[in-house]
Design a protein around this ligand. Structure first.
Ligand SMILES: Nc1ncnc2c1ncn2[C@@H]1O[C@H](COP(=O)(O)OP(=O)(O)OP(=O)(O)O)[C@@H](O)[C@H]1O
Length: 600
């Protein structure tokens, strides 16, 4: 009878509580999104994932999974109540020496416990499924946003550049989805537990006499007053943890990045013998990490100490309050033990806010860092670029101003038309703005005004230190085109053409090629790319600086012979380059420039 009652009332309860939770979550969500900064930040990051789109059935999946996890959470709370009631029956049967009732309670416990185990495992699995999918989606969004419009590069020019975008993408996305899940379902479970066990506690609590005054339903009031006062105290003590955890992330990331820099520039540092300076710099950064760790330790001593005292008092408090009622036979042993159990559950539910405080502190820092990254991306994309049109087959520049970040002019009102197949050499003293002009033509330099027209086809920039991606050599040769798109014989031929034939046997070798190849070999490899990808326009920025004049001549002649329609703009100091180009642009400094013909 007990079992049937428990199951029927349980099912009704679960249905009602589920609906209530959905309505409550919507209302609370709306309120938080309107009234709080973290609510708006959360919705900005999570809203597009959970909002179903019209006509897209798969877009309902995230919301439906979230509702399923919610349903399992509700069932979990009800099972706790069912187990608590059963314990009451168990202890009462012991007190009354009622054997059949005792065994019924034991069998019921076994069934309920088995269901509870299955439910816990199922909830974990579905919860993880939700978190993993959500993380995959968020990672995709944040990564695409960072890479689009060259925000990953141009963010260095915004008013307040942000630190460690890589950490924000790798670690903060993970922590955002995981902690959101923990906090949201933890909150719902806490609220439901609070209501259900408060009702039980209400039924079990009786009046308490202190100094001639009678307090009705003493236990329930004691637990609420106790936990609310405890929560206020602990939150005040824990407040500085928000700032400290934010700082910890930043300091650790900055230390890690400094170590990566040493690894990346190890050769230069070793040749200078700069270990001492590097070590001092690294130790300084590490000292800042440790100072912050100590600040967190001392703050946690106070925070955890208060938490522990509050939790331990809560263990004994319900027994003390209920003992007089038990000894005067107003309540049974089952009710006595259930009082402690229900007190513990109410206390745990109310303590959710207190215990989740430091998690929430770190969570807000995570939200700040992720939305900070999206803001920085947006700001970077909004930085000025020269207006671009693709109506020309060569290169046209109209009224281009290139400035320094301070506003000082490097180039003023540059007008230039380079015909298809024409070769232009940009010259000028060091620091006159040659590389910055190329950056402006590529749309990277934000301190510009004017119009740049480029051809529609591919454009390649070859810098002095060509970039080689991680992985197989083949991918480095064809970069940025995918290796599988270029036939093997073409890749081999291009390497032979630029006199890197000895590398054809290593095309599929995976290595750190950036560190393996010499600067001259890397420069030759970038010419192989040009031959393979056949761009309409190519910029060479001191691309032969590590090669002798003979090799320079061979490489440029190859480009002229194989790509007669390609427009070339080169930057270089060598006089030998003059003989390879038809025209020159000379940057004279302070904005001045001049153009003229070169004899080929
Ligand atoms: N990110 C930056 N922030 C501030 N100033 C910069 C930045 N990049 C370049 N500059 C400055 O702009 C000026 C032009 O630099 P740029 O690299 O274009 O010169 P360059 O003519 O290519 O020099 P070189 O022949 O030595 O390579 C220099 O004074 C340089 O210090």
């Amino acid at each position: 009878m007990d079992v049937v009652d428990e199951l029927t009332s349980g099912l009704l309860w679960v249905g009602g509580a589920f609906l209530l939770c959905v309505v409550g979550a919507i209302l609370l969500g709306l309120l938080l999104c309107r009234k709080t900064r973290f609510g708006r930040q959360f919705w900005r990051l999570a809203g597009p994932y959970f909002k179903p789109r019209r006509g897209d059935r798969s877009s309902w999946k995230p919301l439906l999974t979230a509702l399923l996890v919610l349903a399992l959470t509700v069932v979990g709370v009800r099972l706790d109540v069912i187990l608590s009631n059963n314990n009451n029956r168990l202890f009462t049967s012991l007190q009354e020496l009622d054997q059949p009732a005792f065994w019924r309670a034991i069998i019921f416990f076994c069934i309920a416990a088995a269901v509870s185990i299955l439910l816990a495992l199922g909830s974990y699995l579905i919860g993880q499924l939700q978190v993993i999918r959500w993380r995959q989606w968020t990672n995709g969004q944040v990564l695409t946003d960072w890479l689009s419009g060259t925000a990953y590069h141009r963010a260095r020019y915004i008013t307040e550049p942000i630190d460690n975008p890589e950490q924000r993408i790798q670690a903060d996305v993970d922590s955002f989805t995981d902690t959101s899940q923990t906090l949201v379902y933890g909150l719902i479970s806490a609220m439901l537990g609070l209501v259900s066990f408060s009702i039980i506690l209400w039924g079990l609590s009786g009046p308490l006499q202190i100094g001639g005054i009678t307090f009705p339903r003493a236990l329930i009031f004691i637990v609420y007053i106790y936990v609310i006062v405890g929560t206020v105290v602990v939150i005040r003590i824990g407040r500085p943890l928000i700032r400290l955890s934010f700082l910890a992330e930043r300091l650790n990331a900055s230390y890690r990045y400094s170590l990566i820099r040493v690894r990346d520039h190890s050769e230069a540092i070793a040749l200078y013998g700069g270990e001492g300076v590097e070590e001092r710099g690294l130790m300084n950064r590490f000292s800042a990490v440790i100072a912050n760790v100590w600040a967190i330790v001392f703050r946690n001593l106070k925070f955890n100490g208060t938490n522990l005292v509050i939790s331990q008092i809560a263990v004994i408090l319900p027994y003390i309050v209920q003992a007089p009622r038990f000894f005067t036979r107003q309540i049974t042993l089952g009710q006595f033990t259930q009082s402690a159990d229900a007190f513990g559950q109410v206390q745990a539910s109310l303590s959710f806010f207190r215990n989740a405080y430091d998690t929430f502190a770190a969570y807000r820092a995570t939200l700040d860092r992720l939305t900070g990254l999206l803001d920085a991306d947006e700001e970077a994309r909004a930085l000025p670029v020269p207006l671009r049109s693709s109506r020309t087959a060569g290169l046209e520049v109209e009224g281009l101003d290139v400035l320094m970040p301070s506003g000082e002019p490097l180039i003023l009102r540059l007008d230039l038309a380079v015909e298809p197949g024409e070769w232009l050499l940009v010259r000028g003293r060091s620091g006159s703005g040659k590389t910055t002009l190329l950056r402006s033509l590529a749309g990277l330099w934000p301190y510009v005004r004017g119009v740049v027209s480029r051809p529609q086809g591919p454009v390649i920039f070859c810098s002095q230190q060509p970039y080689l991606p991680k992985g197989a050599l083949r991918a480095a040769v064809t970069y940025p085109a995918p290796a599988e798109e270029i036939p093997d014989h073409a890749v081999r031929q291009a390497l032979v053409d630029v006199q890197l034939g000895h590398l054809t046997d290593h095309l599929d070798e995976i290595k750190e090629w950036m560190e393996t190849l010499s600067p001259g070999e890397r420069q030759r490899l970038s010419f192989a790319r040009v031959l393979l990808l056949q761009p309409s326009l190519v910029f060479f920025d001191e691309s032969t600086s590590a090669l002798d004049e003979g090799m320079e001549h061979v490489l440029y002649s190859l480009v002229r012979e194989r790509l007669p329609r390609t427009t070339v703009v080169s930057v270089g100091h060598r006089t030998s380059l003059g003989a390879l180009h038809q025209r020159e642009l000379v940057l004279l400094g302070r904005g001045a420039w001049t153009t003229g013909a070169l004899l080929v």
